[in-house]
Design a protein around this ligand. Sequence first.
Ligand code: PLP
Ligand code: ZN
Length: 423
Amino acid sequence: MTNVTGLKCVRCQTLFSIDHYSQDCPNCRAQVRSNLVVSYDETLRVKRPKPGSASPWTLWRYGDVLPVSAAEAVSLNEGGTPLHRLDTIGEELGLTQLYGKDESRNPTWSFKDRLACLAVSAAKKMGAKTIVSSSSGNAGAAAAAYACKAKIPCVVFTFKGSSGPMLHQMRAYGAQVVAVEDKKDRWTLMEHAVRNFGWFPTSPFFGPVVGSNPFGIEGYKTLAYEIAEQLDWRVPDWCVLPVCYGDALVGMWRGFEDMMAFGWTDRMPKFVAAEVYGSLTSALADKADGPRDMQKTHDTVAVSIGATQGTFQALDIVRRSNGTAVTASNDEMMNWQSKLAVRQGLYVEPSSAATLVAVEKMKGTGVLKSGDSVVTLLTASGLKDTATTAKYQGEQIVLPANLETSIRTLTERGIFPGDPSRV
Ligand SMILES: Cc1ncc(COP(=O)(O)O)c(C=O)c1O
Ligand SMILES: [Zn+2]
């Protein structure tokens, strides 16, 4: 693989060979479990020209600095998503430079395409016979789509009771979607297949979770490159992400580090993790080495970021960037899901809306200043889970088959202009 020297531990920096992609670091395991990331030789982080106008506006615009070349990539034209200026919301919150990176514009309608694209490209290059993921959400849908593009069979382990558009989406791509009765069997079965049959994992499958496939994480570097380029090579003061295992957080951090070495930018942003149960928030407060497993106090509307325990890799980046973590409740996320749609025309998953919850809170406490540039990562489309939105919407108007009554109702409701008493 291009410039790749192996995989290294994010905590102790020990270097392993590239076939360690399904393991955590054995040296750190006794203290805290930590993930491995791709390590490159010294020819990667050198001064290099910025991408030219002839390069395509997709993730492969930055193919030269990814572990798999564009020619070998399994691609569905991912990346190149818009960075919207959230002007109306920014004005409301008193922020002059608030942005939303709209990742719903990826091929399977979430940012996981960046991960799946790189992981499946690496799998294909390494001769993998089966792709496997344990997910009832975006990661499984993305793995299924890229596996089918690569012509590699895909198995997704999920659990009985999970439902919704994402499961249908996985099956539509032809993945074998297997639901288990007991949720924890998903990982046991996946581990069995990875260890005994050499299936290639794109998602985590053991706990405490350390993060996802190291090659996949490299795909998220392109989020950083795109954001910097879209801001005319200015680095935002803050990047705010909905965080579960922190793969995107690590990938983006690595992308911003790259750009300083390439001579494209001159500083790093601070990272904010928007989370549900407060695992990172509490570890930061306690100055703990690793993230704590929290009580599941309620069922969250943001299923995509619904883990009770964060990862070492996520905590590490939040700390190293002088950033922070903020929790988001169901009502707060649903309120911001609605506001983003109504004020900006962006309908995102509840997890993505958690970023705006964090922004509002941080502006309220004075951590964010009005002139700070803030990029929120809107990771997936609201269409991934319309049932949750529906629960929070008011009653829908249904009209009878009677024109006179219909006109009266519409006038009374203020949808038709005019005086209702004169209908
Ligand atoms: C829509 C969405 N947002 C955020 C996340 C969290 O991503 P990460 O595990 O990279 O922190 C996920 C993960 O499944 C997701 O599906
Ligand atoms: Zn280690």
